[in-house]
Design a protein. Sequence first.
Length: 55
Amino acid sequence: MGKKNVSSPQKWQIVGLLKSGDKKQNEIAKLLGVSPKCVSSTKKRYEETGDWFCL
């Protein structure tokens, strides 16, 4: 099983859920059906750029 690309709407959801502070990264991954690594890298990219369009 290989990597699957995460859509822009999913990345937007990840950022929104992280910013709300309601859920942990693992919970977000399970909720959206993506890997915890995906959530982590999306968070890192967002923190570096401050802009979710660059994700």
